[in-house]
Design a protein around this ligand. Structure first.
Ligand code: AMP
Length: 430
């Protein structure tokens, strides 16, 4: 028998919101986590976005806030969710607002890159739920503008990414200000030793929930590659975007300027598009994402940095205008489609120069991509290219600076961490 949300004994106001959202049955992570969270158990969840993870923690926390009504503590909150990027924080807050729409609960986001004025104001009277990135939150705590000593529940979302981005210390310092007696949830897409150690230090006898390792979600995505000359990419992309059956699409480029160029090119071809990258202001990014979510923009052209957390269920296609210079970004990119149980398509445009990066991607995912050769731009030269991957930011002859800072073809763990820290700085400061 399939479980329904009603079987989970959630508050009627939540069941109403779920029905309005069109969620008919819990996703596996929801079915597994919600009962344990309602019992008050700490949970260690291994799951990535796209699995319904946000509702898996938002629903039981909202339920608890609703059935145990209490005034939110001044300058503080009842629930704190920590997330790595402001995009993700906004999405989580949005999830709480949507699911909690029939409850009178307040939700506030706290992240860097914007004035702290409104955040501090919202905090003054206390809020029920804070969704924050660690840097700015710690900043407000240090200024005595935020006091979380009355907190009831803490969620760390995408904990692996937070550690990768250098948030270990800020998290530790935030946690030191929280009551020991609290409900703690930790979600992570991967479980390296550092996360296991963090879990041990934060969680009490946690229930472990492991859902859909990335490959399972990725398995729903039909992936293929087109070998093509670099000069043909934009034209081919426009033709692909005009193919019947393509709904909304995310196009990935290596650099900000290419994102702008591609965006201008497809806009000139009559396709609605917007670019999303680290040079855009917070309000520009929000406007672009809102328009995309609302469906008034069909295509988002994004760099890797800006794309984390683009969470729009109606994305049917991901196009890689460029291969990512970091193989693991490929999986994150294509995960923008195939969400919420839907299928999706990921088409990669590979030129001779990026052929080496494709090999790294194929090594990372453990399989080769299906080659689409039946098109007018097919290039056997690109397909069989043995060119070395571009040296990013290096050599006078070839100067490619991806948004993620200077990269080398093969990254050490140290370099990856440094680049992610830079990514965070970009995200926190633009
Ligand atoms: P998340 O893993 O939280 O990023 O969720 C991915 C997407 O799944 C969200 O955008 C939700 O709209 C959708 N979703 C979450 N739970 C359900 C559900 N039970 N049924 C259908 N869609 C859902």
């Amino acid at each position: 028998m399939t479980m329904t949300f009603a079987d989970l004994s959630l508050a009627p106001a939540l069941l109403r919101a779920l029905a309005e959202e069109g969620y008919t049955k819990p996703t596996p992570i929801q079915a597994q986590s919600i009962p344990m969270l309602l019992e008050g158990r700490d949970v260690l969840g291994m799951a990535q976005t796209g699995t319904g993870k946000t509702a898996a923690f938002a629903l039981p926390l909202l339920h608890r806030l609703a059935v145990v009504p209490r005034l939110a503590p001044k300058r503080g909150a009842r629930v704190l969710v920590l997330a790595p990027t402001r995009e993700l924080a906004s999405q989580i807050a949005d999830g709480f607002e949507r699911l909690g729409r029939h409850l009178t609960l307040s939700v506030t986001t706290i992240f860097g890159g914007v004035s702290q004025f409104h955040q501090v104001n919202a905090l003054k009277t206390g809020v029920d739920i804070i969704v924050a990135t660690p840097g700015r939150l710690l900043d407000l705590i240090s200024q005595d503008l935020c006091d979380l000593s009355q907190l009831e529940a803490l969620v760390l979302d995408e904990a692996d990414q937070m550690l990768d981005m250098g948030f270990a210390k800020p998290i530790e310092r935030i946690v030191a200000t929280l009551p020991k007696d609290r409900h703690t949830l930790l979600f992570s897409a991967t479980m390296p030793k550092s996360i296991a150690a963090l879990a041990t230090s934060l969680l009490r006898d946690p229930a472990k929930v492991e859902i859909a390792p990335p490959s399972t979600t990725v398995a729903r995505i039909e992936q293929s590659v087109m070998f093509i000359n670099a000069a043909d990419k934009k034209t081919a992309l426009v033709a692909l975007l005009r193919t019947p059956g393509i709904g909304q699409a995310v196009v990935f480029t290596l650099q900000k300027n290419i994102a702008n160029e591609v965006c201008a090119f497809i806009t000139a071809a009559g396709i609605t598009a917007d670019a999303l990258h680290g040079n855009k202001s917070q309000s520009q990014r929000e406007r672009a994402l809102d328009a995309f979510r609302a469906g008034s923009v069909q295509v988002l052209v994004a760099t890797d940095i800006a794309a984390r957390g683009i969470d729009v269920d109606t994305v049917t296609h991901v196009f890689n205008h460029d291969l990512p210079s970091l193989a693991e970004s490929y999986v994150h990119r294509i995960g923008r489609t195939g969400r919420a149980g839907r299928s999706g398509f990921a088409i990669t445009l590979c030129d001779a120069e990026q052929r080496a990066w494709l090999r790294e991607v194929e090594r990372e995912i453990g399989s080769t991509l299906t080659v689409q050769a039946d098109h007018q731009w097919h290039s056997e030269a690109a397909r069989h290219s043995t060119m070395r991957a571009p040296v990013l930011g290096g050599g006078p002859a070839k100067q490619i600076k991806p948004e993620k800072q200077r990269e080398r073809k093969i990254w050490t763990e140290e370099q990856k961490r440094a680049a992610r820290a830079t990514a965070r700085t970009v995200l926190e400061t633009v």
